[in-house]
Design a protein around this ligand. Structure first.
Ligand SMILES: [Zn+2]
Length: 159
């Protein structure tokens, strides 16, 4: 396999975009998580967590962004791509990330209960997986966590 050139120079920029998407979700009453899929330096898929609006338990931000990206690329695999997501992925999304051959995952805040990248084991390090994913956490972690705590605080206040 050829070594991949990792470009971190735009990580913050793309995470800001994911945060803006999360805010869109919050405005619609969804738990605010946003995701952006970048391939060859271009955003080809984006989305936010929307299971309530869509009546779809699989409509996590990562799922929405990857589906849109694959459609846009007319390819069920997304080699060389980077997924930016404001929250550490869950087991469902981690599985999808492997199936779609995303090369790199960059996330913001930790998800202590359901996150499987570092909070609950290290999904991507398992030997049976036939695809290696690079992972990096903690990009704009403070902002990514803040939008979630603000959302839950406002929801509690509403009673
Ligand atoms: Zn998920």
């Amino acid at each position: 396999m050829r070594p991949q050139i990792i470009d971190r120079s735009r990580d913050q920029e793309f995470m800001h975009l994911a945060l803006a998407l999360a805010a869109e979700g919050a405005a619609m009453g969804e738990v605010p998580v946003g995701a952006v899929l970048v391939q060859h330096g271009q955003v080809i898929g984006q989305g936010f967590n929307r299971p309530i609006i869509d009546s779809d338990p699989s409509a996590h931000a990562e799922m929405v962004a990857i589906r849109a990206a694959a459609k846009s690329a007319s390819n069920y695999r997304l080699p060389g791509s980077t997924l930016y997501v404001t929250l550490e992925p869950c087991s469902m999304c981690a599985g999808l990330i492997v199936h779609s051959r995303v090369s790199r995952v960059v996330y913001g805040a930790l998800e202590p209960k359901a996150g499987v990248v570092q909070s609950q084991g290290q999904f991507f390090g398992q030997g049976f997986l036939n695809h290696r994913v690079m992972v990096e956490g903690g990009v704009l972690a403070q902002e990514c966590g803040q939008i979630l705590s603000d959302f839950f605080r406002a929801r509690r206040a509403k009673g």
